[in-house]
Design a protein around this ligand. Sequence first.
Ligand code: RBF
Ligand code: MG
Length: 311
Amino acid sequence: MKIFDHLDQISEPLKNAVITIGNFDGVHIGHQALFHEVTEKAEAIGGTSCAMTFEPHPLRVLKQNNHPPLITLYEQKLELIERSGIEVLICVPFTQAFAGLAAGEFIEDVLVRKIGMKAIVVGEDYSFGKKREGNIDFLNSYAPRCDFEVIVANWIKASKHFPDRISSTKIRELVIAGNMEQAQKMLGRFYQIRGQVVSGRNRGGKLLGFPTANINLHDELCPKTGIYAVTVEHHDRKYSGVANIGYSPTFDDHEFTIEVHILDFEDDIYGEKIRVNFHKRIREEIKFDNISELSEQIKKDVKAAREILAL
Ligand code: RBF
Ligand code: MG
């Protein structure tokens, strides 16, 4: 996938560009359906399949400190868009100036003249640009004279086994509630966090017999506190694991941690990157009277995780 980090990098219009535009946080099955429409159309007209997204997420610029945590950070978003078959990703730096661009100027100057758009794929409730004035009617009013096609993908109806409309907002709510199975259905994959293994309190292995790899989050969404069955990706291998998110109430320091005990694994991976996929929440964190009770419980968690992950 070719990536343009800035509109100025596009020196000449792309051949018969078919494009979809959005934040695509989560790259969920609704987004994936849009990308599918784009690649199909591009194939049909011998064109270039494109997606346009924004970095940072517009809400971070527009709402500053009040932006939602992200389902997918930039790196993962790129990987997922690439995997969906999009040939060109245009990643526009989102600034106040860009936010102030009128929808009409955006269509004529950016989409048509610069990018060479021949078709745009949008969801049913799509709107863009300053004051969200660029909706589907608005696009249609530009289509004949600018010589492009507007394709409205009705992916919401196409997935009728979802009572709720699939949206990044809905997925955030599910993850925050610890409902990883439903989040998985909407994402089309497991919810994943990535991070570097940092040193913890060095207590898990010695004291409990269950060493854990601890990771810190930055901007991404954190699942509800509790114990989870997870898989862990490290280099090109995948392991089963049990994760704990929370404050370890059995101990007094009450420090928030995200840690994972990787099953059948003994390597030292401090400083290395791992990816943790959340399959299912097993239980709440509990304050135990003593360490051996906690150890016994973790043993049961490991058994539960093995069963969940074997399915
Ligand atoms: N700590 C608790 O205080 N209560 C728990 O219920 C609890 N459950 C855990 C379950 C798993 C699978 C793991 C890996 C850890 C759990 N911990 C819990 C955290 C444990 O106290 C922590 O790993 C060590 O203290 C090392 O930081
Ligand atoms: Mg640890």
